[in-house]
Design a protein. Structure first.
Length: 166
């Protein structure tokens, strides 16, 4: 009887902890998924690690979420659709960048705010980032660094160009 009571209490504690985590995760979600947001589109050469639910951040603060990722059949670029809170007006010359939380962590969209506050991206759902920067392939960078360190990289110091006669 005593073991049964102990098992019941442990089970109750597990359910309480799971409920706490559920409430915590729901309270951390942005209101950008509801009607108080507007849609934006960004086109990337690479969108590794980005999917629906990925954070959109400005100055390190979550201001929206990614709602969809597709490939444009004409340009073969990744199209990332996102919702951003209506109270966050982004200048039209802002840059959308895919960044990683850590080497092992997930990705997020970082919006580098532009310098022209007089012209903002439209909030009617037609806004498109003109400037984007996709993900960087860490393995390619490491292999290139190892190749350069061992002397197998570019021996000529880069490309040369000829000047046109005046």
């Amino acid at each position: 009887m005593r073991e049964s009571l102990f098992e019941t209490l442990v089970g109750f504690a597990v359910v309480l902890v799971a409920g706490f985590f559920l409430v915590f995760s729901l309270s951390q979600q942005s209101g950008a998924a509801t009607g108080d947001s507007y849609a934006l589109l960004a086109k990337f050469g690479r969108a590794d690690g980005v999917g629906p639910g990925t954070d959109v951040r400005v100055a390190g603060v979550k201001v929206g979420t990614v709602t969809g990722v597709n490939v444009d059949p004409k340009t073969l670029r990744a199209e990332v659709k996102m919702n951003v809170r209506k109270d966050i007006l982004l200048p039209a010359d802002s840059t959308a960048q895919i960044q990683s939380d850590s080497l092992l962590g997930g990705s997020y969209i970082f919006v580098l705010v532009g310098g022209d506050p007089d012209v903002n991206l439209p909030t009617d759902g037609t806004g498109v980032f003109d400037y984007t920067r996709g993900t960087v392939d860490i393995m390619s960078l490491l292999l290139e660094a190892v190749g350069n360190a061992s002397g197998e990289g570019d021996q000529g110091g880069g490309t040369t160009t000829e000047e046109a006669p005046l």
